[in-house]
Write a protein that binds this ligand. Sequence first.
Ligand code: G1P
Ligand code: ZN
Length: 545
Amino acid sequence: MSAVQIVATTPFDDQRPGTSGLRKKVQVFQQPHYLENFVQSIFDAVEVDPRRPLVLGGDGRYYNRQAIGVILRIAAANGVKRVLVGRDGLLSTPAASCVIRKHHAFGGIILSASHNPGGPEGDFGIKFNTANGGPAPEAVTEAIYRRSREIDRYRILSEQPSFPLDQIGSHALGEMVVEIIDPVADYAELMESLFDFQALRTLLQGGFRLCFDAMHAVTGPYACEILERRLGAPEGTVINATPLEDFGGGHPDPNLTYAKDLVERLYGPDAPDMGAASDGDGDRNMILGRGFFVSPSDSLAVLTAHHRAAPGYDRPLAGVARSMPTSRAVDRVAQALEIPCYETPTGWKFFGNLLDAGRITLCGEESFGTGSDHVREKDGLWAVLFWLNVLAREQRGVEEIVRAHWRRFGRDYYTRHDYEGIDSKRAHTLMDQLRERLPTLPGSRIGTLTVESADDFRYTDPVDGSVSEHQGIRIHFAEDARAVFRLSGTGTQGATLRVYLERYEPDPARQDRDPQQVLAEVITAARELARIPQLLDRETPDVIT
Ligand code: G1P
Ligand code: ZN
């Protein structure tokens, strides 16, 4: 009755995992054998340890449940003995990382396309995390990809799982045990070990008003349990709390454009003291004060400066890291703390080696990602709890804390301009042309700015010595400004050019201006340098964050 079927198949040519796993339209995943091929490629490329469990869960988007059924049958047919599945098939990305580590799993499969829209017309995604709880390193994703190019059969149990996913308990599937676990419990326990929950209770029950927007995505159950039930924040603190397969038609990306409900409340009359949002799979975060936006680069710097407020970080930090395009705000704090600060390529996996080697404690990206050595993914709700802990300790508001930070360290004005859905050939031409001109740029004047140095970011991992080339073009200006250019590695349609712009302002009297205005000269210089209007035929970016 639990026979293993060996199904003949042929490779698909588009299963190379990007920076965040394999991400495609739902319809692509729904093709016969498509998901099966990729999952079998994982089990062919990664050694299954029969003594250790596999973790499985996702952000609850459309196709999550069907995929879980298929993956369980393939896992059982490939010698996995135990799988831990989040109830209802849910596990946020950071919670999956936590569960993998806590239960000594040999790895985990996370089903998510992060902040990309969901639903039958939306995106789906799958990624493999290794035993440290982090995204698989490039060697592993390459091995999975190589296998997917030559696959000719997959193993699958003929038996369909007949048990409900919505109740905690253990079930047999062939010779494998499927344990449905509470997706929140392990994670909530970890948060309780890091933050001063007593101080947070006092804050949240003492009139401080928080609004957390779960954007109809996976953090709803996590935020309700932790913020409302365990910390006693008033009911209704969490909005859009029910995970929906299509995220209610929204785009579950926590930024000023997509977290509309939240932004309206925080910039409207009678605004709460703090606003926060997380993305589809719970790893991103946005922090708002009353009518005030905290840039993710500043958020990392502020948490680093105030790390001692949280009991889990009340010790000297080993070091910090930021992705290359993230502003240099955290570098200034690291310098004051006399700790190392690493600059890594975009993508969380580059932090993994540094975290595993104990070289860094906190890290983050400009793209609304912040995290620490507590798991091996960025962690949205963790960042919110950290901020609350800082506020509880400081007895000041979000805006006051950030402004005080700027006065002390200077302000790194920052913005990112995205040109989306551009023809991929044009995008590559733009990058190639810019790359070719790099050696000629230093010393040249563009408008009011002078190029000081220009390079194509190349990263040597300080832990294992591996080298990653072409990680983005950096232009430093003598006026303490910087422009960075790179192409997105996570899009599913055409190419996206990201232009990151920043300028340092040490003078407290000049820290209250509009970033787009302060950065106008850097924006113009960047457009000219890369010849954006000519090569892309675009006058303005699609998204400004
Ligand atoms: C984007 C972000 C990057 C982040 C990744 C996954 O990647 O820019 O910082 O790590 O999503 O959340 P990109 O599309 O730029 O390659
Ligand atoms: Zn995400």
